[in-house]
Design a protein around this ligand. Structure first.
Ligand SMILES: [Zn+2]
Length: 248
């Protein structure tokens, strides 16, 4: 399958999607050309789902950054919280930058089925994101109890509560899993902004890239549909919106 065919498949649902490899390359170019930093001066953290497919489809070039610090749990919600944020922010090179890539993920299989991928060595497709699909199934069956968060399944219950708060919006959508993924993105984005504001840094920049991460079958790879690309200059306090760089 050629790259343009893969992009056409993914862009039916996510019109601005790029391959995750191209996304990483654009960010590294930006860091070197506009911030005048080397990737080794950047502490990278990601808040993406713990699903093994995200480790398998992780672009090799992202390892030029320091890190990654893993902030995410099920479907990418930043479960490491304020403590996780404070920890990696204190590991950054002095004149460097913090770079956070965050968002939920969703599968689109080679045959175009949303919410599924074909994983290496398996006969059948499986769910992706399994947690989002599980929570959506419970929402559709009226099985989510408001406020119910247990110790045994804390992360899953948190995802369920996020969906429960937008029940009508999700259930009335044309593709409920696509809408549920948007809802989870919004929850992650607002939590990340809260964590970023509440954290102290000894570096020059905070780079934020919020996206829906799209996984496909093993031979198709992964894609990124960016929703936010902000650079905060910690010396001046200014914030620049650079989303256009990840939309081309
Ligand atoms: Zn997942």
């Amino acid at each position: 399958m050629k790259k343009r065919e893969k992009l056409a498949l993914i862009r039916k649902h996510y019109p601005n999607a790029l391959t995750t490899i191209d996304t990483v390359n654009k960010i590294i170019d930006f860091v070197e050309e506009k911030l005048d930093l080397e990737p080794a001066q950047v502490m990278f953290a990601d808040s993406i789902c713990s699903d093994d497919v995200n480790s398998i489809q992780y672009p090799a070039r992202a390892l030029e950054f320091l890190g990654p610090f893993k902030m995410g749990g099920l479907d990418g919600f930043p479960f490491t919280g304020l403590t996780g944020m404070g920890a990696f922010a204190s590991h950054v090179p002095d004149d460097g930058a913090v770079y956070i890539y965050y968002g939920p993920h969703i599968g689109i299989s080679k045959d175009g089925t949303i919410g599924e991928i074909h994983r290496l060595g398996q006969n059948k497709n499986s769910g992706c994101c399994g947690a989002a699909k599980g929570a959506l199934g419970k929402l559709q069956n009226n099985a989510i109890e408001p406020g119910n968060i247990t110790e045994l399944d804390y992360q899953m219950n948190t995802i369920e509560q996020i969906l429960y708060k937008q029940k009508d919006r999700i259930l009335n959508a044309e593709i409920p899993l696509h809408e549920a993924t948007e809802v989870i993105y919004e929850a992650i984005d607002s939590r990340i902004l809260e964590l970023v504001t509440a954290t102290k840094y000894n570096c020059n920049y905070v780079i934020l890239v919020g996206a829906v991460l799209i996984n496909s079958d093993s031979e198709v790879g992964s894609f990124s549909s960016a929703k936010r690309f902000d650079v905060i200059n910690l010396k001046t306090g200014s914030k620049e919106n650079l989303l256009h760089i990840l939309n081309s």
